[in-house]
Design a protein around this ligand. Sequence first.
Ligand code: PMP
Length: 428
Amino acid sequence: MIYQRSSQLFAEAEKVIPGGVNSPVRAFKGVGGTPIFVKSAKGAYLFDEDNNKLIDYINSWGPMILGHAFEPVVNAVIEKAKKGTSFGMPTELETEIAQLAVSMVPNIDKIRFVNSGTEACMSAIRLARGFTKKDKIIKFSGCYHGHSDSFLIAAGSGLSTFGVPNSPGVTQGTAKDTLLASFNDIENVKALFESNKNEIAALIIEPVAGNMGCVPPREGFLQSLRQLCDENNALLIFDEVMTGFRLAKGGVQELYNVVADIVCFGKVIGGGLPVGAFAGRNEIMNYLAPIGPVYQAGTLSGNPLAMAAGKAMLEALNNDDEIFTRLEEKTAYLHQGIHKVLTENKIDFTINRVGSMISVHFDKNPVFDFQTAKNGDNETFKKFFHGLLNEGVYIAPSAYETWFITDALTYEDLDFTINAINKVAKSL
Ligand code: PMP
């Protein structure tokens, strides 16, 4: 494939935008080469500035679960835009999407909308600290909760790609209140609670991790976290920015039958517009301004275009009883296909998957935490990535990212992808 115009556009972008991109992983630093500039997208496909057609396995890092330019979302946004794009005043639409979200997700009474997943997690932590009157939080190595200061400690996603465990600019004072645990290691979490008695406000986790590749929780792990939080009067925060409205209507709480105190959303809930949200039961959510003491606000929060897109997306998911089964079946088909061709080509690999989140790790040992995720062979991944790109299949330009499957993918697309992987595997 030819990427001449993308290369030119990247060179221009680099002059006026740091690294040429507005979010680091897009820059291809982890895999080398020049990022692809998108011209348009429809359904399961991206069309780039050099007129290449690519099957998209990133889907804007999750939101486009029903495909690009999904008509109900596009139409809802167009109709809303004609009536004004922002008021900074309440609208009926905000209540409608809130009612819908609360009806779909278990154990939440109220939801507050923000503009990104970062804002959602940042606000959830502040709320948990205000509510419990404690300062420390526990997070897991390899989990990513956005780029607010408290979370840039051994975070996944772009930070793993670049091997930067902590970001300059985050003060020691902030870092000391973030305690690090190993994913799937309950003894480790127990020890942290014991050595920080009465100091831990909350434990935040991606309940199915997606920022070190896809790493599922071991059986009983989430339930044990629930118990430890209860015993220590700490809140359990599920960061469902990736998993919310993707793995089930009610997210991980529904899928694994476990109750969180605060749930964070992003990605799917905005239908591709900048939306995040955090939610919980009344007792906790009523701690927020203007009725409670914990301050949190946003000029564009609840923006009518964003709410229209989100509501159209949630309605489409809520009204389709087969959607999550269909996504599961398509992803399982892809999983089996990849497993078969990589085995036939004698490649060392592990595939992790939960529902429509899947990742391929180039290591034969199980991947269950950040350490084991790091064992993957990055040189093989780079070749795999570029090989697939050359075949017209676009996966995330990093070994630490999850592939997000969209319902717009057909079985022909999946067969095409499996064939492409077979071809590429021969050259690894
Ligand atoms: N939490 C998780 C689990 C995420 O995957 C992300 C983004 N990939 C975020 C939070 C941050 O969301 P945003 O990029 O919208 O700020």
